[in-house]
Design a protein around this ligand. Structure first.
Ligand SMILES: Nc1ccn([C@@H]2O[C@H](COP(=O)(O)OP(=O)(O)OP(=O)(O)O)[C@@H](O)[C@H]2O)c(=O)n1
Ligand SMILES: C[C@](O)(CO)[C@H](O)COP(=O)(O)O
Length: 246
């Protein structure tokens, strides 16, 4: 069975969330922190052998104290983040063990993940070397200028919105980051494409939303009760802190 490491980038500034007191990955989402919901289904898998969360460097000690109860039963390594998401992922990638076959990078801000989507992307990555979940664009796409005037309509055929977990062979990802240069990549797939690797798209769900704004968070609160959440680590672990189980 191929082995996986999961990297959870959680070192962003949450500027679009608009609440300086609260950063998205660390807020409570109906009983459990966003980052716990984003990570726990990966940790419940037998093929996930290493987990790393990437944090703002100046918040690592705060995180360790605030989430002591979770960290007591979630075997996750802490890595200091960087200026951009790609820097954060690169910092964690450098810590992935050399015996690991594949690396999955999942936004800490995507807590609605469910088992099936993980299964589908993992299987595609094992088959093809790299795969990401995505959604075909269903709205008409407009390019807009600074005055909020439409400049042009972009044909939407063949356009998909990328999600996470983005999964690739560890050696491919190391090679892709080695060739990053000054590319301002906003996801791992862009680096893999830049390195000439084929990345397979796995059609996913609009429910795999990324919490970016307060509105997204309200949607996530509504979705928590809707999505099938298989038993999670928190519910599997005999000493889990009851406060974190919904
Ligand atoms: N330097 C960064 C930037 C982002 N992220 C993480 O990458 C994920 C997706 O990024 P995004 O949703 O843009 O989060 P923020 O960068 O915090 O949001 P914003 O752009 O509104 O500040 C998040 O889990 C975020 O914490 C990270 O680890 N390191
Ligand atoms: C990785 C990602 O979620 C794929 O859509 C997205 O690129 C993250 O962008 P962000 O600006 O770092 O949220």
């Amino acid at each position: 069975m191929p082995s996986f490491a999961v990297i959870l980038p959680a070192a962003g500034s949450s500027s679009r969330f608009g609440d300086p007191r609260r950063k998205k990955p660390f807020i409570d989402l109906k009983g459990r922190p966003v980052w716990v919901r984003s990570l726990e289904l990966f940790l419940s898998r037998d093929d996930v052998k290493q987990a790393l969360i990437v944090l703002p460097p100046d918040e690592i000690e705060w995180f360790k104290e605030k989430f002591r109860a979770n960290l007591a039963f979630m075997n996750v390594e802490i890595v200091a983040g960087g200026k951009e998401r790609a820097d954060s992922v690169q910092n964690a990638l450098a810590r992935v063990r050399s015996d690991i076959d594949f690396v999955a990078v999942h936004d800490a801000a995507r807590p609605m993940i469910v088992k099936k989507w993980i299964e589908d992307v993992f299987a595609a990555a094992i088959r093809d070397g790299a795969a990401i979940p995505a959604l075909p664009i269903s709205s008409t796409v407009k390019k807009v200028d600074r005055d909020r005037k439409i400049v042009e309509t972009i044909p939407r055929d063949g356009l998909w919105a990328a999600q996470t977990p983005q999964v690739a062979r560890r050696d491919w990802l190391l090679d892709a980051f080695g060739k990053r240069g000054t590319l301002a990549a906003t996801d791992e797939a862009q680096l893999l494409e830049n390195a000439g690797r084929g990345v397979t798209i796995v059609e996913c769900s609009p429910l795999n939303l990324k919490i970016t704004t307060q509105e997204d968070f309200k949607m996530a609160e509504a979705l928590v009760d809707m999505l099938p959440r298989e038993k999670t680590l928190g519910q599997l672990h005999p000493f889990a802190d009851e406060r974190f189980i919904v």
